[in-house]
Design a protein around this ligand. Structure first.
Ligand code: THU
Length: 138
């Protein structure tokens, strides 16, 4: 397992590219793939607000489109432009469900970070209990 510090730094790096002119809430995500690579994503907003995409889903869709579908962990770093929020940025419900698609054993670690040395760690199963996934359909 890669040092979380590296993954969290990658999430903050991704956050720099956030396109959030409407909410001014910038989010970066860094997805650690089973092959050891890191795929980054940021939120991308749109003048037609409902078309905005979260950082976590940007990272997942980038990874899947590059043939990577097995993930070990994701780090998320988000907050207002000035990062003065007191709270951690947790993945929204839609992003939790999209992540769940790719980790049937619910082993995915979700790290929410306010700084490289200030983070909380969860398993996806804690954030999305009793979930619906690919195995529910068979
Ligand atoms: N956002 C994310 O990028 N990830 C989440 O899990 C929650 C929300 C983004 C979407 C929007 O651009 C901004 O944060 C405010 O909701």
């Amino acid at each position: 397992m890669l040092d979380y510090k590296v993954l969290i730094e990658a999430a903050f790096e991704a956050r720099r590219n956030a396109y959030a002119p409407y909410s001014h809430y910038r989010v970066g995500a860094a997805l650690l793939c089973k092959d050891g690579t890191i795929v980054k994503g940021c939120n991308v907003e749109n003048a037609s607000y409902g078309l905005s995409n979260c950082a976590e889903r940007t990272a997942v869709f980038k990874a899947v489109s590059e043939g990577k579908t097995r993930f070990e962990a994701i780090a998320v770093a988000g907050g207002p432009d000035d990062m003065q929020s007191k709270d951690y940025a947790y993945p929204c419900g839609a992003c939790r469900q999209v992540l769940r698609e790719f980790c049937p054993p619910m082993q995915l670690k979700v790290i929410v970070a306010r700084a490289v040395d200030d983070y909380k760690e969860y398993r996806l199963s804690e954030l999305l209990p009793d979930s619906f996934g690919p195995d529910s359909l068979v």
